[in-house]
Design a protein around this ligand. Structure first.
Ligand code: FMN
Length: 227
């Protein structure tokens, strides 16, 4: 499926959406920067080097993905501040959706011995901070990321207390674009007893050139630098 098809199939409404998404957000990055809270330098980590797990979930090639661009900019900032970053590519890894079999008892091994269980979970368990990164798919997180989130089930309580950040990109630039995702994330943070560091919601960023021209990459990098 080509990147623009999501909007093409929507007819005139989608064309309006596409036009509004195409320019405005990229041009008004400063205005939107105000919606993002950049932490004060050292306020999140207390000046200690943190272990950070970044989970990306776009099926696009990394150098074309808008959400991976945000992940890269955040990572650049976090590494420059001395933090250790492990990145997991949920879209190109061996993952399986939770089957709800309850063999894990919410605190044990998963029946799937895939990349989530063998690679990601051990990294998440020892991490100080989890960063969820997603393209907006039908106003929620991507299925690729949701698979990871559902697999938190096997270690739910052991994943409590982490610091967290959500970054997302979307074509649409209307102010309500990220509402449903923001609400889901807020509830997730509450249930997981996470310490929310913030969100970067890159609206109007349906292509790599748009996100690169916007201010959202700077915001992501600054958050990483200031942890
Ligand atoms: C299956 C699918 C669903 C999408 N749903 C939305 C949507 O609900 N709202 C929106 O503004 N953009 C939507 N988009 C556009 C993507 O969010 C947007 O192109 C994003 O920049 C892609 O990020 P990526 O390059 O990191 O994958 C959708 C794209 C796809 C392929």
């Amino acid at each position: 499926m080509k990147r623009r098809e999501f909007l093409k199939i929507g007819g005139m409404g989608a064309i309006t959406l596409f036009l509004s998404g195409c320019g405005l957000a990229a041009l008004s990055g400063t205005e939107q920067a105000s919606a993002v809270t950049i932490p004060e330098k050292g306020s999140v980590s207390g000046g200690k080097a943190m272990k950070i797990v970044v989970i990306t979930s776009s099926p696009h090639p990394k150098n074309e993905s808008t959400s991976c661009y945000l992940a890269d900019r955040f990572t650049e900032g976090a590494k420059s501040a001395g933090h250790e970053v492990f990145t997991f590519d949920a879209a190109n890894s061996d993952t399986h959706p939770c089957r709800g079999c309850d063999k894990c008892g919410m605190d044990g091994e998963c029946i799937f011995k895939d990349d989530i269980e063998n690679t990601l979970m051990p990294k998440m368990l020892e991490a100080d901070m989890l960063v969820l990164v997603t393209p907006l798919y039908y106003y929620g997180m991507s299925a690729q990321l949701k698979i990871i989130v559902d697999r938190f089930y096997s270690r739910t309580s052991r994943l409590h207390g982490k610091k967290s950040l959500l970054m997302a990109t979307a074509y649409n630039s209307a102010d309500w674009t990220m509402e449903a995702l923001a609400s889901h994330y807020e509830t997730l943070v509450r249930y997981m007893e996470w310490d929310n560091v913030g969100t970067v919601f890159a609206i109007g960023c349906g292509s790599r050139s748009l996100v690169e021209r916007s201010d959202f990459g700077n915001q992501a990098q600054k958050i990483g630098e200031n942890l």
